[in-house]
Design a protein around this ligand. Structure first.
Ligand code: HEM
Length: 95
């Protein structure tokens, strides 16, 4: 949200909506990792369609993700698994 290029996606959004989106992101990741948890949000294509997320946005987002995973010192295997899973959502999110 604080990124100069990506910040536009979260401009003028209410705090409660942002909190809800954060919780849904957590739920989506937990559910996708096997849960047990029932994800009640929308799928990634429906959610992001029409937002105009570009290749360049995606590259910046991945850089932030890598920095976050490095900060939490994830073991190599989990680091690779998270990146691979997030990467698998790219075709639904970009465009
Ligand atoms: C550059 C990358 C991305 C941007 C700019 C972005 C932006 C957004 C924005 C603005 C929303 C709020 C939509 C709304 O309130 O209608 C949203 C929702 C969401 N995003 Fe992303 N997103 C990105 C990547 C991802 C990825 C990689 C994932 C999952 C691995 C993800 C998971 C979600 C989820 C679970 C929601 C909530 C779904 C729902 O409201 O039902 N996003 N995203």
């Amino acid at each position: 949200m604080a990124d100069a290029q990506l910040g536009r996606f979260w401009q003028n959004r209410g705090l409660d909506g942002i909190a809800r989106e954060k919780q849904l992101l957590i739920d989506f990741l937990c559910s996708s990792a096997g849960g047990p948890l029932f994800y009640t949000g929308r799928n990634m294509l429906v959610t992001h369609k029409g937002m105009g997320i570009t290749e360049s946005d995606w590259a910046i987002f991945i850089n932030h993700l890598q920095a976050a995973l490095q900060e939490f010192e994830l073991p190599e295997q989990e680091y690779a698994e998270v990146l691979a899973f997030i990467g698998s959502t790219k075709t639904d999110v970009v465009g």
